[in-house]
Ligand binder design. Sequence first.
Ligand SMILES: Cc1cc2nc3c(=O)[nH]c(=O)nc-3n(C[C@H](O)[C@H](O)[C@H](O)COP(=O)(O)O)c2cc1C
Length: 208
Amino acid sequence: MSLPPKPRIEPEADIHSLLEVRWSPRAFTDEEISPQTLRPLFEAARWSASCFNAQPWNFIETRRGAEAFDRLLDCLTPNNQSWAKNAALLVLAIARLNFENGKPNRHAYYDLGQSVAQLTLEATAAGLGVHQMAGFDAARARERFQIPEGYDPVSTIAIGFPGQPERLPDKLQERELAPRERSPQRAFLFAEQWGVASPLTEDPRPKS
Ligand SMILES: Cc1cc2nc3c(=O)[nH]c(=O)nc-3n(C[C@H](O)[C@H](O)[C@H](O)COP(=O)(O)O)c2cc1C
């Protein structure tokens, strides 16, 4: 099983197929995910690089059908709830803001995001769909999950086996089938100084 293909993206350079096929689905099947399939996702997160190897990430995983899943679902925006309720797993991703010596870790959010990226690619390789969400009430999540001071609930993550778009309301079906979009490399890759597009952004491959 794998993510249903979106209209083919047009990479400006050849990239690994996992990166090419990954996208953020909203339609999921009812299938549960076994612990054997889930454990490697968090193991992939564990082996992420981090500043001073501080590993400033925590995750709270909740499975559909459990009370905690509904508790987390209730923290999402209504729009996100409308589809995330069908995910097999909802995860709260939390950054630890200080190093063990008490000094602020300016890179905690960066490192948390990187560990989620690793989790996402491991999940993609397992045929799972991952959809990250900023649309949730962090204060409510803090209270409902008793997150201590010094930790910040940053995002929520819906994970499940990808399902048919027809399961979604019409408006979301459209988005599910829409092509993925990205700004061109020249918009963000500079060489030698700010604002000067790098020559690397020119695609040397013959135009098809
Ligand atoms: C930190 C973060 C927050 C996001 N928040 C939401 C959200 O609240 N709701 C939603 O439907 N998608 C959300 N997304 C998904 C993005 O919209 C999606 O990744 C982006 O449009 C690119 O599409 P792709 O992942 O399919 O390539 C979020 C993604 C990230 C990384």
